[in-house]
Design a protein around this ligand. Structure first.
Ligand code: GAP
Length: 443
């Protein structure tokens, strides 16, 4: 983990938030390369959900959340962790995370601590006008259920996908970006007829495993955890966690829950007419019936299968898998990030052999501009004048291809293409470079 943290800071993937003021615990900023990798990861998820499936719609809902949403979702009552204070070191811990150095007799009785952030809405701080920062992106998918059905004429089964920020006042944020207070989730709520939920749940577990493998997280480093009944969240009938071998231990990367009809049932009006199976709060505030008609015109409340993944945890897993230290034939070593090409923050670096030769520099800029227009992501014009150093840097940040423009390029319009993983170099005509690069990233 220390090596990843150091690389992230050194190369501009991740910085501690408000570093210059001593930071803010559990909050991080993504730097120039981090934002690219994170965007690529989210894009890959979005494409695999919304574009590759004809039965999934997208959504981007608000972060500020009406408290009623989180009352009926159960978060106001149940989204809490038991915590204790240590009177000796004056620190607060989750009951299951008290360090051995704290003596039992110094600990207070456990108290429930709600993890939601509350904030004031409007100019008056009267304790009444407040909203929450959403603790999961899922709830606004449920509250928008009828809007989406009405505007898209969907019938079952179908899903709504969303990527966005979530906030949790974690008692002990830790392990770099693994457990933080501000993070992003990639969540799908897939609505199915009751009775078809269990097979649909199994299918989503498999689909999600395949997707992680395509992001460079191999199945050998994953375990599935069938969450025991007593550990299930209040809304869940069954949850399977995708557990990954993080540098600090095996922990949850993504959860796939069968949320039954709990959420739609909880947020719905006329609950008494809907034969809701889950145990829900009586809703006195909703103005919408969150149900759908089946082929025979009967109203039913769909069951929900929810694959929910954390962007930061995915980022960490992908970085951990990609990070390699290799021995070279000259006795030196190189650090190389073997990221899947579609995730690499920089797709191609174009490097002039001489930084002060105007002809070479101009040709390199022309090649860069041409490649940039392909729309594959960030292409960098790297004018350090030191080819070896540029290669080392781009190995370390995971750039799949480096292109060198030299004196021969001016004569015969050929360039050197270097592959990140094999370090093989080959000569190629400039006119073929676009199709070569497209093949590399589309295959
Ligand atoms: N809507 C369901 C839900 O939010 P969760 O298991 O609490 O379920 C889903 O969270 C995913 O969000 C987790 O698998 C994890 O990847 C990510 N996540 C949750 N809390 C996090 C935190 N404090 N820091 C980073 N990621 C977190």
């Amino acid at each position: 983990m220390d090596k990843l943290v150091a690389l992230c800071k050194r190369r501009g993937f991740i910085y501690q938030s408000a570093d210059i003021y001593g930071g803010l615990q559990g909050v991080y900023d993504f730097g120039p390369l981090g934002v690219e990798l994170k965007n690529n990861l989210k894009k890959s998820w979005w494409e695999s959900m919304v574009y590759d499936n004809d039965d999934i719609e997208g959504l981007d809902s608000s972060i500020l959340t009406n408290p009623l949403v989180l009352r009926y979702s159960g978060h106001e009552d149940t989204f809490s962790d038991p915590m204790v204070d240590c009177k000796s070191c004056n620190m607060r811990f989750r009951v299951d995370q008290v360090p051995e150095s704290c003596k039992k007799e110094d600990l207070t009785e456990p108290r429930q601590f709600n993890l939601m952030f509350k904030t004031n809405v409007g100019p008056v701080d009267d304790g009444e006008s407040y909203a929450y920062l959403r603790p999961e992106t899922a709830q606004q998918i449920f509250t928008n259920f009828k809007n989406v059905v009405d505007s898209t004429s969907r019938s079952l089964p179908f899903g709504i996908a969303q990527i966005g920020k979530a906030f949790r006042n974690e008692i002990t944020p830790r392990n770099f970006i693994f457990r933080v207070r501000e993070f992003e989730q990639m969540e799908l709520e897939y609505f199915v007829e009751p009775g078809k939920d269990e097979s649909c749940h199994d299918a989503w577990v498999q689909k999600r495993l395949n997707w992680w493998e395509e992001q460079g997280v191999p199945i050998e480093n994953i375990e599935l955890y069938d969450v025991p009944k007593k550990e299930l969240a209040h809304y869940s009938k069954k949850t399977v966690d995708i557990m990954y071998k993080f540098p600090h231990g095996v922990e949850e990367l993504e959860g796939i829950a069968n949320r039954t009809d709990f959420d739609l049932g909880s947020h719905s009006k006329k609950q008494q007419d809907l034969n809701i199976k889950a145990n829900v709060l009586k809703n006195k505030n909703s103005n919408s019936k969150l149900a759908i008609q089946d082929d025979k015109g009967n109203w039913l409340v769909p069951f929900v299968i929810e694959p929910s993944a954390g962007v930061e945890r995915g980022f960490l897993a992908i970085l951990n898998e990609a990070y390699n230290v290799e021995e070279l034939s000259d006795g030196k070593t190189r650090v190389v990030l073997k990221l899947m090409p579609h995730l690499a923050p920089v797709k191609v670096a174009v490097i002039p052999l001489k930084k002060n030769n105007n002809d070479i520099v101009q040709l390199a800029k022309k090649v860069k501009d041409e490649l940039q227009k392909l729309g594959l992501g960030r292409i960098i014009f790297e004018n350090t004048g030191n080819i070896g150093k540029s290669y080392r840097k781009h190995d370390e940040i995971g750039t799949p291809i480096c292109i060198t423009i030299d004196f021969d390029s001016l004569e015969d319009e050929s360039i050197t293409v270097r592959d990140r993983d094999s370090m093989d170099q080959s000569r190629m005509s400039i006119k073929d470079i676009s199709s070569f690069v497209i093949d590399k990233f589309k295959s």
